[in-house]
Write a protein that binds this ligand. Structure first.
Ligand SMILES: *Cc1c(COP(=O)(O)O)cnc(C)c1O
Length: 431
C-alpha cells in the first residue's frame, strides 16, 4: 500500500509515513485507496487481534513490518475492549469501553500500536530515537507507557507544571529511565512550541534523531479503526442491525477511524460527533465555513481543540461540509450539560462516566426520538472516570473506585525535572 499526503506529496511507504508522522508539505498521510471488505471475510475472526489482522493486512502490504503484524497486534490489544449493555428502557444501547489500557484512556491503543511499529523499525541501541511529546494530560501518559523500557527508544514528555491534575501528573512521571518527564514552567502552548522548536533546530535534531508521536500519525488511526470494526461486527452478528456510534471528539482522530471503518464496508450506521464547547466542527456544519480558532478550556479537557487537525483528512476522504453534514451528526455540549450528564449517567447506569464520555451520553439523550429509536447505539467511553475524580466525585457525591491499571501506576514512584520554557533548558536536559 502506498501513502500520500492530503496536500499531494507522495507516494511514501507505510514505514516512512509512520517514521515521519507529518508529510513534508504539512499535510497528513492517507492510504492511496481504502480496501473494501465483505462481512464474510471476518467469519473466522472472533477476537480484536483477529479482526485487526484481516482489516489491517492490506495497509501493511509492502511494509518491512508485514511479517510482524500479528506480534504488533498482540502487543497493542493486550487488554479487553468490551461493549457493555446499558439500561436504556428496552433499547439496544451499549458503552464501548476504550479505557482498559495501561493509562485507562483510549489513546493507549494508538500509542501502543505506534510504539510496537516504531521500535521494530527504529529501535537502535547505539543511536536511540528520541520521541518528543507535548501533552495537556492523556497523550503523554499513553505515549510514555507505550515506549517504557523499549530498547533504542527514548521519550521526552513535556507538560505544563500545575496545569494537570495530580493523578495525571503522576502517570506522566512514573516510568523507567528511558522516559524523561519535564515539568515546564509555562502553559501547554509553551510545551508545544518547545517540541516544534527542537524538531526545527538543525543542530539539536542532528544530535538526537527526533520523532513525534502526536495524534496526526497514521499509526494512531489504523488500530483505532479496528475496535469500531470489532464492535460493529459483533453487534451485527448478534442483531442483524448496523449500530450507530456517538463519539467524544476533539482532534477528530478517534471519530475519523470510525468513518474510515464505515467507508471500508463495516456494518456501521449513523456516526455522531459529540464535542465540548469548542464549536469549530458544529459551526462548520451549520455555516459551511471552516473557521479554526483558539481553544476554550472545558471540563472535557482532552477535547479542548479549536483547530481539529484530522478535519483535513476527513475533507480529503469524504468531502466538504455540504457533503459531510449529510453523513455525520455533531452536537456541541456545554460544561453545564457535561455536569448534568455525569449525574444522570450515575443515576441511570449505576456507574460514573468521565467528562469526555459524558458528552456522548448527553448527545444520545438529546437525539431526535425518531432517530434514536430507528437505530441501536454504541456510545464511546474514552477514559475511566477515576482519572478525572476531582470533577466527577463532587457531582456524584461518592468516590469513584480506582481500577487496578491506574492503581498500579499511582503506586509507583514518580520523578520529573523542572525546566524553563526555553530551547536552551530543553537542550541541556537532552544531553
Ligand atoms: C484525546 C481524547 C479525546 C478526543 O479524541 P480525538 O481523537 O482527539 O478526537 C476524547 N476523550 C479523551 C479521554 C481523550 O484523551
Amino acid at each position: 500500500m502506498r501513502y500520500f499526503s492530503t496536500r499531494g506529496v507522495g507516494p511514501v511507504s507505510l514505514d516512512d509515513a509512520l517514521r515521519l508522522g507529518i508529510a513534508s508539505d504539512g499535510g497528513l498521510f492517507l492510504p492511496e485507496t481504502l480496501p473494501h471488505f465483505d462481512l464474510a471475510e471476518f467469519d473466522g475472526a472472533q477476537t480484536i487481534p483477529a479482526v485487526a489482522h484481516v482489516l489491517l493486512q492490506p495497509f501493511f502490504a509492502g511494509s518491512a513490518l508485514a511479517g510482524d503484524l500479528d506480534s504488533i497486534l498482540a502487543e497493542t490489544f493486550s487488554f479487553p475492549i468490551p461493549a457493555t449493555p446499558l439500561p436504556a428502557g428496552g433499547r439496544d444501547v451499549s458503552l464501548l469501553e476504550l479505557y482498559h489500557g495501561p493509562t485507562v484512556a483510549f489513546k493507549d491503543v494508538g500509542a501502543g500500536f505506534l510504539a510496537a511499529c516504531l521500535s521494530r523499525l527504529e529501535g537502535d541501541i547505539e543511536n536511540p530515537l528520541t520521541i518528543l511529546v507535548a501533552t495537556s494530560g492523556d497523550t503523554g501518559g499513553a505515549v510514555a507507557a507505550a515506549f517504557d523500557q523499549r530498547p533504542g527508544m527514548r521519550v521526552v514528555v513535556l507538560f505544563p507544571d500545575g496545569r494537570v491534575s495530580e493523578r495525571q501528573a503522576h502517570q506522566l512521571c512514573c516510568w523507567s529511565d528511558n522516559v524523561i518527564s519535564l515539568k515546564v514552567q509555562g502553559a501547554f502552548d509553551d510545551c508545544q512550541a518547545l517540541v516544534k522548536g527542537a524538531m526545527a533546530d538543525p543542530e539539536l535534531s542532528r544530535r538526537h534523531r527526533f520523532s513525534s508521536a502526536n495524534s496526526i500519525n497514521i499509526g494512531r488511526l489504523l488500530p483505532q479503526s479496528t475496535y469500531y470494526a470489532d464492535a460493529s461486527i459483533r453487534h451485527f452478528r448478534r442483531t442483524g442491525h448496523k449500530p450507530g456510534f456517538i463519539i467524544p471528539t476533539g482532534n477528530l482522530g478517534n471519530a475519523f477511524a470510525c468513518i474510515m471503518a464505515r467507508e471500508m464496508g463495516l456494518p456501521i450506521g449513523p456516526v455522531i460527533l459529540a464535542t465540548n464547547a469548542n464549536r469549530t466542527i458544529a459551526d462548520y456544519f451549520e455555516t459551511l465555513e471552516w473557521l479554526p480558532r483558539a481553544s476554550l478550556q472545558t471540563l472535557a479537557s482532552a477535547m479542548d481543540v479549536g483547530d481539529p487537525s484530522n478535519m483535513e483528512r476527513l475533507r480529503h476522504l469524504v468531502g466538504d461540509a455540504d457533503v459531510l453534514r449529510d453523513q455525520l451528526g455533531v452536537l456541541s455540549v456545554t460544561d453545564e450539560q457535561i455536569e448534568t450528564s455525569i449525574r444522570q449517567d450515575f443515576r441511570d447506569f449505576g456507574f460514573a462516566t468521565c467528562p469526555h464520555t459524558a458528552t456522548a451520553t448527553h448527545t444520545w439523550r438529546q437525539l431526535d426520538p425518531e432517530l434514536a429509536s430507528r437505530h441501536d447505539w454504541i456510545l464511546v467511553a474514552t477514559a475511566h472516570p477515576a482519572k478525572f475524580e476531582t470533577i466527577v466525585e463532587p457531582l456524584i457525591g461518592t468516590a469513584v473506585p480506582v481500577p487496578p491499571e491506574l492503581e498500579a501506576l499511582l503506586s509507583r514512584p514518580a520523578k520529573s525535572i523542572s525546566v524553563e520554557p526555553t530551547l536552551a533548558s530543553l537542550a541541556t536536559v537532552l544531553e
